[in-house]
Write a protein that binds this ligand. Structure first.
Ligand SMILES: C[S@@+](CC[C@H](N)C(=O)[O-])C[C@H]1O[C@@H](n2cnc3c(N)ncnc32)[C@H](O)[C@@H]1O
Length: 226
């Protein structure tokens, strides 16, 4: 069999259909999450939240490590926050950092409608500043804001997360462009800077997990604090 037959070209339609197929078995419809996406779209927020399967993955990671305290960098309308909050036990908390006052207000409305508002604290401001005001310890940090500051956020996340805790960074593949030297914008460079720093970082062990689905071709960087 030729390489081309073993790795046939696929399209966004294939990825989208595949996500829908798998989700139909593994992820029951959730009115709270669907409602958050709908309200966010009605309010004009861009469609850049994690996918359904990725949100479920974040929830499963939080559950797997028995997370009680989670930090999120980049709230948007709160879709990923709701997934994370759903994983937490009574008394658990997600702290989420967002630059835009308006996004934070939309997210708060979504948390309220989803019944998870008491578990979530939104801090409005530039996360490069607000993250430095936080105290340890968190079990899980999810980084999904301005990619150019990824290394800043990751360095702070290492300070904040417990040993054995997990740091996940979204959008580190960006359609393969991070590995293509002809792309040099600040977001791509921000991901490269993080990867270069991780090469010699003995405080974490990490891997990139490519993702493909309803949100296109991208990837999570998954790191465990040693
Ligand atoms: C990709 S969206 C987050 C999506 C969200 N995690 C989800 O999956 O539902 C990125 C968010 O980061 C916010 N953001 C960008 N730069 C930021 C900064 N310097 N500090 C805090 N938030 C920032 C944006 O306003 C936007 O709401």
């Amino acid at each position: 069999m030729s390489g081309a037959q073993r790795h046939p070209d696929t399209t966004f339609a294939d990825w989208n259909r595949s996500d829908e197929y798998h989700n139909s078995f593994l992820i029951p419809k959730d009115a709270a999450l669907d409602g958050a996406l709908q309200f966010s779209a009605e309010q004009g927020l861009p469609n850049i939240s994690v996918s359904t399967a990725q949100g479920k993955f974040l929830k499963l990671v939080a559950k797997s490590i028995g997370a009680q305290r989670v930090l999120e960098v980049g709230t948007l309308g709160g879709y990923s926050t709701i997934w994370l909050a759903q994983a937490l036990p009574e008394g658990g908390e997600v702290v989420t950092l967002e630059l835009s006052e308006r996004n934070a207000e939309i997210a708060q409305a979504n948390y309220h409608n989803a019944g998870v508002a008491p578990k979530i604290k939104v801090i409005v401001g530039n996360a490069t500043d607000t993250i430095t005001t936080l105290d340890p310890e968190f079990d899980l940090v999810f980084i999904d804001a301005d990619k150019k500051n990824n290394l800043n956020y990751f360095t702070e996340a290492k300070r904040l997360v417990r040993k054995g805790g997990v740091i996940i960074v979204d959008n580190v593949v960006r359609n393969g462009r991070v590995s293509d030297p002809s792309y040099t914008d600040s977001n791509i460079e921000g991901i490269r800077m993080l990867l270069k720093a991780l090469k010699d970082d003995n405080e974490v062990d990490a891997t990139t997990l490519g993702t493909v689905g309803e949100k296109g071709y991208d990837g999570f960087l998954y790191a465990v604090k040693l």
